[in-house]
Design a protein. Structure first.
Lengths: 209, 227
């Protein structure tokens, strides 16, 4: 590009979050709605940093009980066995189904932790007005947005097991307390990724040029 | 149907991603701002198949042939498969003389009975309600466009809803959950996959196809009822 690139913000335009119509910021006073799709117009997602921090912190708090408490309780012939997420992964590895162990490990342990770390990194990079590789940071953001939903796998597995296995006295599976905490972590991190505005990273770079 | 010119050029604004290039507001090209980095791009009628943001690499525009007809067909298929998937058991478990079948909905009810109302609602929401809203919403928007009628009442709002709930539709994740549960229970009892597992498996691909053949900028243009 031979001319200096310009952004919608520099030209006083608001990009509608939902239908991507460009609306003149002067016409759109505060709380105005998009003339095409009716979404609320904001130059940037409102309170993006504060909201994302709040959701990230909440997820950090809940991820502890999610990993420490049992996610399933299996009752076989009167004997109770409680499994945490990690002990479930180890169980799969020992019984030889390592593919399943990998799926559960990636979806339930690696992705939530990676997602929280990336979000914290992105938040800090905006906070400290970092100019480091904004393109790669945007890619990281897109990745977190894309991958977060897959963490729900374990919740669904628990759901199916609980619903399916109630064979009277022979065997039953109950959901442990971690199931609720873990579901909350997944939902909170999804909201956190949604409330982060990647354009803030670029704003900071442009302002500091 | 109105062309790409229908979007008004904001008065006094310059065009092709250059701050100091003044131009008249009647250019037959339109501006799009990158949703991820806010950079402005000029979208000309003769775009290449895919336009990527020159700064951050986000997909700004992708040409999709027969978008309306294809999405409509795939959405209809998805709806039929969805009804099938919810009418038949997805797993049956055999242990001793006991046979137990579970459909998606009885599973959700079972969770509710076991005092897990939150999880029960989450599964109902992500695997039943959201996909249903997506499918019915898309049919509502696409059908009138396909047959050359005016867009349906509040179609723009419906499309906004369909796009906003999309991240929460998690049928494909649920499918992986079914597979994991199959393996896990395989150690304990005999598991018989039901009709629903197969229709569900096809459904997630059909649904993904319906969404990826959707041309959002084109739809927004056609649903635009201003004037």
């Amino acid at each position: 590009m031979n001319v200096r690139p310009s952004t919608a913000r520099q030209l006083g335009l608001i990009n509608c979050h939902d239908c991507h119509l460009l609306v003149d910021a002067d016409q759109a006073r505060t709380h105005a709605r998009c003339p095409r799709c009716g979404a609320r117009l904001h130059l940037r997602k409102p309170n993006s940093l504060a909201r994302t921090w709040a959701l990230v912190w909440a997820a950090i708090v809940l991820i502890v009980p999610a990993n420490v408490l049992p996610i399933t309780v299996t009752i076989t012939l009167g004997a109770k066995q409680a499994d945490t997420i990690m002990s479930g992964v180890i169980y799969f590895m020992q019984t030889g189904s390592w593919e399943i162990a990998v799926v559960i490990f990636v979806a339930s342990i690696f992705v939530p932790f990676a997602k929280l770390s990336i979000l914290i990194f992105l938040l800090l990079s905006v906070r400290f007005r970092s100019a480091w590789r904004p393109k790669d940071r945007t890619t990281l953001y897109r990745l977190t947005e894309l991958v977060g939903r897959w963490s729900m796998v374990d919740i669904y597995v628990v759901t199916i097991l609980v619903a399916l296995v109630k064979l009277g006295a022979v065997a039953a599976i109950e959901a442990g307390p971690a199931a609720v905490y873990f579901a909350a972590v997944v939902v909170l991190t999804m909201f956190a990724a949604e409330s982060f505005d990647p354009r803030l990273m670029w704003d900071v770079v442009e302002e500091d040029v | 149907m109105r062309g790409p010119q229908s979007q008004p050029q904001p008065p006094g604004q310059s065009g092709p991603a250059g701050a100091n290039a003044p131009q008249s507001p009647q250019v037959p090209a339109r501006l799009v701002a990158c949703p991820d980095c806010d950079l402005l791009h000029k979208l000309t009628p003769h775009e290449p198949a895919t336009l990527l943001c020159s700064r951050c690499g986000a997909v700004l525009h992708r040409h999709k042939p027969d978008s309306v007809a294809r999405s409509l067909a795939l959405t209809l298929t998805a709806l039929i498969l969805f009804v099938l998937s919810n009418s038949f058991p997805f797993l049956a478990i055999k242990s001793g003389g006991l046979v137990q079948e579970t459909t998606l909905l009885t599973g959700i009810r079972e969770l509710w009975k076991q005092e897990l109302q939150g999880l029960s609602c989450l599964v109902l929401f992500t695997c039943v309600l959201v996909p249903l809203v997506q499918m019915i919403g898309l049919l509502y928007i696409l059908a009138p466009l396909q047959w050359g009628r005016r867009p349906a009442l509040h179609a723009a709002r419906v499309f906004r809803l369909v796009q906003e709930v999309a991240p929460w539709g998690m049928m494909e994740v649920f499918m992986i959950g079914i597979l994991v549960a199959l393996v896990k229970l395989g150690h304990m009892a005999t598991i018989v996959p039901g009709v629903s597992v197969f229709s569900f498996g096809v459904l997630i691909f059909v649904m993904a196809g319906a969404y990826s053949s959707l041309d959002a900028p084109l739809l927004w243009d056609r649903l635009d009822l201003r004037r």
